[in-house]
Every structure is written in C-alpha cells, then in structure tokens.
Design a protein around this ligand. Sequence first.
Ligand SMILES: [Mg+2]
Length: 377
Amino acid sequence: MTAPIARAAIYHFRHTLATPITTVMGPMTHRPALLLRLEDAEGAHGWGEIWCNFPPDGDLHRARLAARILPVALAGMTADTAAPFDEMLRRLHRLIIQAGEPGPVAQIASGADIALHDLRSRRAGQPLCAILGGTARAVPAYASGISPGKAEDQIARMRAMGYRRFKQRVGFGPDDGLPEAERSVASLDRGETMMLDANQAWDLATAQRQLDRLAPLGLIWMEEPLPADAPVADWLTLAKGAAMPLAGGENLTGAALDAAIAEGALHFVQPDICKWGGLSRTRRVARAALAAGRTYCPHFLGGGVGLVASAHLLAAVGGDGLLEVDSSENPLLSVFSGRGLALENGAFPLGDAPGLGYDPDVAGMADLLVSREEVTI
Ligand SMILES: [Mg+2]
C-alpha cells in the first residue's frame, strides 16, 4: 500500500513582460506559472502544473483556490489512486456548481493529477512515459506563439534551436493578421512549414472566407477558426469545405471533447493536460483520438513542468502528433523544462530518469516567486 499524500506546496511565479503579448483575448502583460509539489507520508514527491493564463490575474485566484481545495481533493489519496482527476472532480462536484467555476477547479485537479503520476513514476524508478504505457523517445515539436509584429525574430530564434514548424497567431489586427501570416510563410526556408491559430476569432462565414484565402499556403492546420462552442454543424461545414485540416481541443472538455473527436470536425485534437483532465483523462482522450483516425497534439501554454509532462504523454500515446513549444518570452517555460527548449535532431528528447526526469529549479527562479503556500493534506 503506497503512502497517502501528506503535503502540497503551491509555487506561484510571474514574469512581467516589457512588451505585452497581443492576443484575441486582450493583452498578456505577464507570464504566470503555478507549480504544485505533492509529497507523500514517506517523503516521495511529484510535480504538477496548473493552467492559469487567463483572465488577467486569474493566476492569483488559482493559487489561493488551490490551497483551499487540495486538502479535500486529495485527502487519503495515494499515487496509486485510479483515475485521480475523475475522483477529485467527484469530490468537488457540489463546490463547482455552487461557485460556478468548473474551469479553475478542473485546472487545479489537472495539476494534482499530473503530480500524482510523477510521484508514482518516481517511486517506481521509471520515466513518466513508462507508467503511461510507453517508452522514452524524442517527440517531434513545433514552435507556437508566433505573433504579428514579432514573427521574423521569433521564427529566427526558434529556427536556431532546431524548429522547422511554426504556428502564428491570426484573428486580430488589420485584415485579421493574414498579410503578416502570408509574409511569414513566404519567408520560410525549404523544408519548413506553418500552421495558424485564430483563437476562436471568426464566425462561420468569416472563417470560410479566410480559409479560402489561406488555401494556397500549404498550412499543416488551421486552429480554432470558430468558437469552441460553435454548433457542431458549423464545424463540420467548415471542415468539409476547407482545403486544410482543422485543429482544436484546448477549450473543449468532457462530452464536447468526445463529440469533437467522434464527429470528425477536428483532424488534430489538442487537449491540454494542465487545463482539463490531467494525465489520466487526457490519455483516454488521446487514445480515443488515435483510434478514430485523428492525431493527438498536446496543447500547452505555461511553465516547463506542464511542457515536459505533455511530452511524456505524447511519447506514451504515440501517433504523429507534435509537441507545442511556446516561442514567446517566458523564462518560466525554458528554466522549468529542466533543459531549455532546443531540439536535438529535430525533436524534443526525453530521458530514462524517473518521473519527469528532473526537479524544476524553483530556487533558481526565486526572484520571480510571488508566493509559496504549503498545506497539509
Ligand atoms: Mg491555440
């Protein structure tokens, strides 16, 4: 019998940006990261990460909320508890309804689910991908978060680190940023390709018009051209007429995510382990996506712990999916990945060391630490 979880420490970091990042949701003025360290009664530990990018200052709320709800969510649990994300949501079900906050609670449960898996794999002396059913391998990756106005510099910097696939933001600014995207594609070297992300900016008619314009660019995919909760019929209409595959999933949960896979609107399925589902639910979703002939591509935007955990899941699940590596300014991503963001032979490597393979250097980022709260479970 594995020892129960005894303590949780919530580390809240923030990196303030000199120049805000423009997004469809508004300006991003800082990069937050919320890391979770769980320790069991025998001193074994594991790390997880809680999604907290939006709304502005939503990271403050989640840091406080995590300290309040984790003692209930994790009481009596061990690293061997089956389907921990589902169990935590079951325990917090009434609170979620009463508070009207399914998102933040699910994001905290997701981080705890990841930390439990890391703890279990460290105890077993195996890499995280092994207890998820796979073997350590390097996973192909792409550089995301390319912004209009910064694209040339971002692409050059990521290219120097081995990246050959780049994803640019569109859906805002003059002409929805499409002329910028077209210039980026025209600037690519031989063997390089792009995908675009509209972050839910368009309605069906606009999306159809924009995708017609973009068809000659040879994109790998078009991501979230419609709101994630647009009628399935709209997604299917768009997918049928589009000259490129559609991608999405970071804003879908539960039955909506299952339906998106089953209906076939999305070719690239992009759940986020830190936002909904942790590793236990997302592994099921990813396997269902592969079984339905889709491609699992982890969505990720945060600090390095979630990135490396996403890489382990991708390695374990298999398929032709690509790891999303954000190229916007964020030392919390590169430092907490344990190895920086550079690719080796075109892929993001994973070693055989237990768990994630390292401990995030939280002491080294003390100047960006907003708070560290420890609670007894
Ligand atoms: Mg996206």
